[in-house]
Design a protein around this ligand. Structure first.
Ligand code: GCU
Length: 411
């Protein structure tokens, strides 16, 4: 991104120091301190943050919440399935299959604007399959399992699903404003179920590097890892500027966008939309969706350690402001909708407020907390928080906001 910071290198995580078992952790009713090291020392400089506190936080979040992910593969084999101009001649459509492991592959759909040299790009997961994000009949049907709740028939994608989620993917606006958009179905990486049979976490994943272990990845971390594999491909795409890829997502995909941005510093910016519990919303207030509810119904998204904090949020040695702070000093935008109480807009705002001191260490301090904002107000630039009217969804106006915001860094 133009005003962007040089890529940082994530220091090696110290995986040796033992962790305290969740049930033995003391209660901390207030938020755990962002800028105090486990030794009790205060973090005062960028260097303290990058070399000491950030690795501690990265490791704590993966241990107790998201799980560890395997090392990236040295190479991801790609098969270009299709590449041509869209019918209106305004964009290139590329469909590429990235082979993650034996029998497990991601189908990445990429639209890039014609006439823009090395376009910035939004990358995000979708819920129903690439073909449901657009009415473009050339988009390949997903070959992964699709649940009936998302229009799958006998577990399979089908033509009736085409365009069913197109209202949430404003490709036209993005292309006309010079942005590329890339998406992939999260079910290509890991199915959204308790059973892992089909996904990268399951028994079909043959490579040793993918074998699950204690504290190994839940589904959110696996999806985030898949986004990084998509990024591996985008950085090689000559029509895209790999230094200006913004990862975004709605709801569970918004949680995933935060995890992806936190653990892969190649992402130039991060946008979460209505990500809620396990995403941008603080866990301690236990408003809207609580840790108890999310682990009971969707526990496979997390490590088993996280399950121990059901109704014991105050024992968490972390809270979600830690996840947001891992994105510093890169741009972060957290979006809420005022009627989406399940995602706890106030908790999302408070997490940004509590994470902002990490950016301040880098001299970026324009997030001026002045209480929960009016709907429609954008608070801060980096990090930024926005709450709009309405409920849990993605609308074209969201894309307008995301592009306006990202244009400040990427153009
Ligand atoms: C459920 C879940 C949320 C999640 C949402 C979604 O409501 O409880 O945590 O964000 O689904 O992904 O749509």
């Amino acid at each position: 991104m133009a005003a962007c910071h040089a890529p940082l290198t994530l220091p090696e995580l110290d995986r040796e120091t033992p962790f305290v078992a969740p049930m033995d952790l003391p209660a901390t009713p207030g938020l755990p301190e962002l800028l105090t090291l486990s030794t009790g020392e205060r973090v005062q400089t960028e260097r303290d943050w990058l070399e000491a506190r950030r690795p501690e936080i990265a490791r704590t979040m993966e241990h107790y919440v998201y799980g560890t992910a395997p090392e990236p593969p040295s190479e991801t084999r790609a098969t270009v399935m299709e590449e041509r101009l869209t019918e209106d001649g305004k964009a290139w459509r590329e469909q590429v299959r990235l082979h993650l492991d034996e029998g497990i592959s991601i189908d990445l759909l990429v639209y890039t604007p014609v006439g823009v040299e090395r376009a910035p790009c939004f990358l995000g997961l979708n819920f129903w399959g690439n073909h449901a994000t657009t009415h473009d009949p050339m988009v390949l049907l997903s070959e992964s399992w699709v649940p009936s709740s998302r229009g799958g028939q006998d577990g399979k994608a089908n033509d009736a699903q085409r365009g069913k989620r197109a209202d949430r993917w404003d490709y036209e606006q993005a292309i006309s404003r010079g942005w590329a958009v890339a998406t992939l179905y999260h079910g290509d990486i890991d199915p959204d179920t308790w059973t892992t049979d089909d996904g990268i976490r399951g028994p079909r994943a043959k490579s040793e590097r993918l074998v699950p272990g204690p504290h190994s990845w839940g589904t959110l971390r696996a999806w985030a890892w898949g986004l990084s594999r998509a990024l591996d491909h985008l950085v090689e795409n000559p029509r895209i500027d790999g230094d200006r890829v913004v990862v975004h997502g709605h709801s569970r995909n918004g949680k995933t966008a935060l995890v992806a941005g936190a653990y892969d510093e190649r992402f130039a910016g991060v946008i979460s939309n209505h990500s809620g519990c396990g995403g941008a919303a603080l866990s301690r207030p236990a408003r809207g969706e609580t840790v108890e509810r999310i682990v009971r119904v969707l526990g496979y998204w997390f490590t088993e350690d996280f399950w121990s904090f059901a109704d014991r949020e105050e024992h968490l040695p972390l809270d979600q402001h830690f996840l947001l702070a891992l994105i510093a000093p890169r741009p972060l935008l957290v979006c809420s909708a005022i009627e989406d109480e399940w995602a706890d807009p106030l908790g999302e705002y408070q997490a940004v407020e509590a994470a902002a001191p990490a950016w301040a260490l880098f001299g970026i301090d324009d997030f001026k907390a002045a209480g929960f904002p009016e709907t429609g107000d954008l608070v801060g630039t980096v990090p930024a928080y926005h709450v709009r009217e309405g409920g849990h969804s993605v609308v074209s106006e969201d894309w307008t906001l995301w592009i306006d915001w990202a244009d400040q860094f990427a153009r």
